[in-house]
Design a protein around this ligand. Structure first.
Ligand SMILES: C[S@@+](CC[C@H](N)C(=O)[O-])C[C@H]1O[C@@H](n2cnc3c(N)ncnc32)[C@H](O)[C@@H]1O
Length: 438
């Protein structure tokens, strides 16, 4: 069997992720329109929000394409997969929820050009690392991206998966297959492993490993490779792609979490981003995957980045990520709140907020830009400086994304801002230091 036939055979027998019969939870989540807006600006900070996108889900598995079609009702979603079993599960969801904006094709990614269309957004998660030639797959996807398109990409990372690769090798040596009995025995074996085995940490964090399909996908996969941060950047580069951002960036940054307290923080922070992220990957030691937003390398907008170097940050509109939570109990001294992004796997990535910052936090409504929000900070250079650092920190810690589509008219906006915005001030509550906060 060729690599691709072997892969198809595997996913026909063991479709992944374990199939869903209901999208109810997903539908409820996306009733909040801010969720769609936040995801849009995570992907395209400099573009105005729009919903009529052409989306390609490449290697859609059992439910991803149906989830996208449901949450993006104004988009046209095209999905491809080599596994007819996975497509059948997707078709069942399509029928059940009457998803007319979804089109399915049994087609390998390597032949995606055959569809004869181009896309605004390509989603490819958990797939390319399984291909016999991942470069070939990534280049094929790049070729169907429109000039300003974005790609949401996820591939495995090696250090956190070391235990998985050991157990894959163990299964290969013993010739373990994917029959129900062999999977039962494999589960029993894995439960006997010492708690210090490198696979134990992965198992603790795995959501679905009690399902046979997930067990098979992790331990019996015929083809599976992983990318370090450096390999990942080099891979994008040689396939004509440009790195945009990590979907969750805090785990890669020297300024976030425990890394920020390391005696090496200054050296780390002085490195160019790709080298810094590669070093922080080594520091963290247990990353299991990398998820990023990437663009075509010939997209001139792809080089625009969110930064706070000059004054354009004043035009950014912060949009809070709806999957973050604000905790107001058992706080560190001097804090009025602690912010947590539930997508972070590392528990040190909490963002503590003091009373001054809390006032600014309460002014974020997804509409006000930072100039308007600064009205809540009080006057003076110090207040301005603290406010700017706070928003940079919120952004680094994946608490907000920015709608920076107004940046083109920088300067004009400032002139238009009236103090009427003060009338829309958030409600106030008392802070420990006696001042007020929202
Ligand atoms: C691990 S699943 C991920 C599914 C989905 N992307 C998700 O995140 O839920 C990998 C999927 O990629 C599909 N696949 C593997 N190789 C492929 C290829 N060359 N072309 C298209 N699909 C492929 C498999 O059939 C399987 O459904």
């Amino acid at each position: 069997m060729s690599g691709i036939e072997e892969l198809r055979d595997f996913y026909e027998r063991m479709p992944y992720p374990p199939p869903l019969t209901s999208l109810h939870e997903h539908r409820e989540l996306y009733k909040n329109p801010e969720r769609r807006r936040a995801t849009f600006h995570l992907t395209w900070p400099f573009a105005p929000f729009r919903e009529n996108l052409e989306i390609l889900i490449a290697g859609c598995g059992t439910s991803q394409a149906a989830r996208y079609a449901m949450r993006e009702p104004k988009a046209r979603v095209t999905a491809i997969d080599i596994s007819e079993t996975s497509l059948r599960h997707t078709r069942d969801l399509q029928r059940k929820y009457d998803l007319r904006n979804l089109e399915l094709h049994q087609l390998p990614i390597e032949r995606v050009r055959d569809i004869g269309r181009s896309f605004d957004l390509v989603v490819c998660t958990g797939v390319l690392h399984h291909l016999p030639d991942p470069d070939d797959g990534l280049r094929a996807l790049r070729d169907v991206m429109r000039p300003k398109a974005a790609m949401r990409l996820m591939v495995y990372a090696p250090y956190g998966r070391a235990g998985i690769y050991m157990m894959q090798e163990y299964c290969r040596r013993l010739g373990i297959g994917a029959s129900a009995e062999e999977l039962r025995n494999l589960r029993a074996t894995i439960e006997m492993l010492p708690p210090t085995h490198p696979v134990s940490g992965v198992l603790r964090n795995a959501k679905d490993l009690e399902r046979s399909e997930a067990m098979a996908d992790a331990f019996l996969h015929p083809q599976d490779r992983a990318y370090t941060v450096s390999e990942f950047y080099a891979w994008l580069d040689r396939c004509g792609m440009r790195f945009g951002r990590w979907t969750e960036q805090a785990p890669y940054l020297a300024q976030c979490g425990v890394v920020a307290r390391s005696p090496h923080v200054e050296r780390l922070a002085a490195l160019p981003s790709p080298l810094q992220h590669a070093a922080v990957e080594l520091f963290r030691g247990t990353m299991v995957s990398h998820s990023c937003i990437a663009y075509r390398d010939d997209d001139p907008d792809a080089s625009r980045i969110i930064d706070f170097a000059d004054d354009k940050w004043r035009d950014y509109v912060p949009v809070a990520l709806p999957w973050t939570v604000c905790v107001r109990e058992r706080l560190p001294p001097g804090s009025t709140a602690v912010l947590i992004n539930r997508a972070h796997r590392f528990t040190d990535l909490i963002c503590a907020v003091d009373c001054f910052e809390d006032r600014l936090l309460g002014a974020i409504d997804g509409r006000r830009n930072l100039t308007e929000i600064l009205q809540f900070a009080g006057q003076g250079d110090d207040a301005n400086h603290r406010a700017r650092s706070f928003f940079e920190r919120l952004w680094r810690y994946d608490q907000v994304v920015f709608d920076a589509s107004g940046c083109a008219i920088a300067g004009e906006l400032e002139a238009k801002i009236s103090f009427a915005s003060a009338a829309r001030a958030p409600s106030k509550s008392s802070c420990p230091d006696g001042s007020t906060s929202s």
